[in-house]
Design a protein. Sequence first.
Length: 101
Amino acid sequence: WVERKEKGMASAPPDTPEQQRNAEMRRKMLQFWEAAVQTPVSMECYGGTKVSGVFAGTDGSQEVLLVQELATPLGVYPVAMVRASDVLVVDFWDKGEGAGQ
């Protein structure tokens, strides 16, 4: 860090090309998650279980997916948190389509 003595402020050194690429990838990832909200999804989990619902969000580490109207073999849950580590495949459908249609 370089200190700006005239204003008493610190500023970060210029970003390296790698830092710029990483920042761009983070920005694109956040845009993807934002655009995915309210999108119908179907998921295949370990053990062959298939579930579907409406994607509502994820946590900051992308370890948990929040799904509304989660339809499972045991019934429909109004809202559920699904561990990403339990999921093999997530299919996002056009917002005009239903999951699996």
